[in-house]
Ligand binder design. Structure first.
Ligand code: TMP
Length: 205
């Protein structure tokens, strides 16, 4: 089963994904945790390049192609294999990030992005996607508290994150069977419990 986690920057999905990974392992599931952009040696190199704050001049469609290139590499070297071997694959971000960030965030043609991804990914799409729902204002407070160095995308600011958030909301409406929403404004324990319940339901069919 292929499960992806999505949300705007600072939504907590990376922390939650590690906790869910541990919980599934403890319950005896074969599971791997991976992330995007990245997930294999080449794709991690692309990640460094894409998120480098020096690369401010990357053009919007170049950015789309770089994310999709990293994704293709990741799918072909790691995700397909792990799924074939019977693993549950948890991926921190996947194709919906490109639609939300580059499509809705940068204002690029969603249809073209969808078509590109369909062509490149073929049937390697998630069985389940969890959207960690927390809005841009709440997230900004979290980022400030964490006092972390910002990457190129995080530097885009609040209005960009707001557009991305709206993009995710549209994706939930479009794919209600695949994308499930979890209220990520609550405690980590509550978010983990809800996420785990959704995943368990899917596993049990
Ligand atoms: P991360 O902080 O969740 O690891 O993601 C890195 C950044 O890359 C984050 O700001 C979201 C952004 N991103 C896109 O803009 N498009 C994509 O397709 C992906 C996977 C990530």
């Amino acid at each position: 089963m292929f499960i992806t986690f999505e949300g705007i920057d600072g939504s907590g999905k990376s922390t939650i994904s590690k906790l869910i990974f541990d919980k599934l392992q403890k319950e005896g599931h074969k599971v791997i945790l991976t992330r995007e952009p990245g997930g294999d040696v080449i794709a991690e190199k692309l990640r460094k390049f894409i998120l480098d704050t020096d690369n401010k001049d990357i053009k919007p469609w170049t950015e789309v192609l770089l994310y999709i290139a990293a994704r293709k590499q990741h799918v072909d070297t790691k995700i397909k294999k792990a799924l074939c071997e019977g693993n549950i694959v948890i991926c921190d971000r996947f194709m919906d990030s490109t639609t939300a960030y580059q499509g809705f965030g940068r204002g690029l043609d969603i249809y073209k992005i969808d078509e590109l991804q369909k062509y490149i990914l073929e049937d390697n799409i998630p069985d389940l996607t969890i959207f960690f729902d927390i809005n841009a204002d709440q997230v900004l407070t979290r980022i400030k508290k964490r006092n972390e160095t910002k990457d190129r995308l995080e530097e885009e600011g609040i209005s960009f994150q707001k557009n991305v958030y709206q993009g995710y909301k549209k994706l939930i409406e479009k794919y209600p069977d695949r994308i499930k929403r979890v209220d990520a404004t609550r405690s980590i324990d509550q978010v983990v419990n809800d996420t785990f319940e959704i995943i368990n339901k899917k596993i049990k069919g």
